[in-house]
Design a protein around this ligand. Structure first.
Ligand code: FES
Ligand SMILES: [Fe+2]
Length: 349
């Protein structure tokens, strides 16, 4: 099976599907992944994922409800097992019917939970039922409950969203405001990068002196920024014994829509006290990125050739190289070889 199909999504990998607290206990939630409607169903503290289309007459199961290990379709009450997707009951059948309802099934998706984070596995071959050969990323959260939680739906393919996410050069233009960056604050930067599992990191450094938000936290923060396939960016800021973890996940809803979910987890009292205020900053940033994506779409409609320059766009080049290496290793069953080598990147921003 082609692991790198026309939709250009990274396959055979775990995507972030949200937080356990997004779904109320015994509840269901509609979700989209790579153009497929998915229903996330929660029983107790366990989450399941099924295709959100009833095989009877296509009603969305996310409009139904969870009932003892099954999800019940709102149209004619057919019930499907949460873990295996098999039909368990068809209420309209006469009591002496010998129809084998278990032969009807809805596709299920592998789900994994790491603390409050839910992960869903996207297969290149939807008919494959083997357990995923890899684990979702292990992310060390200072607390289970986020201090900040925001999202925005960008009107672009996930590749453009990822590249925008790790583009260091747009800050002074897109995010220009008196309290953050300006053209005058642009200066030379040199940052060390190193490969990490399925990605790379800007290795631990003290953030730029013009970062007003960091100053608010007091102490001398040290930051490490990590990017992992398919599109998980974490920024871990350590201030003494305390931590702020910025977690950004991109979710390909379909080929032209990408959700960006921004969460902050922290055990830092100042950060937590300031979080309503910082939430306003985060919101401003996300909206600015989203507006730029909309502008960029005007040009992308004409399918122009795009450029990636050294070193400011090297992280974007690594993203494409990682995607290619991942697809190749899945297609050939050879081990994945991370194409990123340790390197110092220099740019002005
Ligand atoms: S459409 Fe789901 S039970 Fe009929
Ligand atoms: Fe941005």
């Amino acid at each position: 099976m082609d692991a790198y199909a026309a939709d250009h999504f990274v396959k055979d990998i775990w995507y972030f599907a949200g937080l356990l607290s997004d779904i109320k206990a015994g509840g269901v939630k509609a979700f989209n992944l790579a153009g497929e409607p998915v229903v996330l169903a929660r029983e107790g503290d366990t989450v399941f994922a099924l295709r959100d289309i009833c095989p009877h007459r296509a009603a969305p199961l996310s409009a139904g409800c969870v009932k003892s290990g099954t999800v019940e379709c709102p149209y004619h009450g057919w019930r499907f097992g949460l873990s295996d997707g098999e039909c368990k009951s068809i209420p309209a059948l006469p009591s002496d019917s010998d129809m084998d309802v278990g032969r009807i099934a809805v596709r299920t998706y592998p789900i994994r939970q790491t603390g409050p984070l839910i992960w869903i596995y996207l297969r290149s071959d939807p008919k494959d039922t083997a357990p995923p050969p890899i684990d979702p990323p292990q992310i060390d959260l200072p607390r289970d409950k986020p201090s900040l939680d925001d999202h925005v739906d960008l009107g672009c393919h996930i590749d453009h969203a990822v590249i925008g996410l790790m583009d260091p050069a747009h800050g002074p233009y897109v995010h220009r405001q008196w309290w953050w960056r300006s053209e005058k604050s642009i200066h030379d930067k040199a940052k060390d990068f190193a490969p990490r599992e399925r990605g790379f990191a800007m290795v631990a450094h003290s953030p730029s002196s013009n970062s007003f938000a960091y100053k608010l936290l007091g102490g001398k923060p040290v930051t490490e920024i990590t990017f992992r396939l398919p599109a998980i960016r974490t920024e871990e800021i350590t201030i003494g014994k305390r931590k702020v973890l910025s977690f950004t996940a991109l979710i390909p809803l379909d080929e032209n829509k990408t959700q960006i979910r921004q969460l902050f987890f922290s055990d830092h009292p100042t950060f937590r006290a300031l979080s309503p205020f910082l939430g306003g900053f985060a919101r401003t940033f996300l909206r600015q990125d989203s507006d730029m994506v909309d502008l960029q779409q005007q040009g992308l409609k004409h399918d122009p050739r795009l450029m990636l320059i050294d070193d400011a766009d090297t992280q974007a080049k690594w993203y494409y190289a990682l995607k290619k290496a991942w697809a190749k290793s899945n297609a050939t069953n050879d081990p994945f070889i991370n194409p990123v080598e340790p390197r110092t990147l220099r740019w002005r921003s």
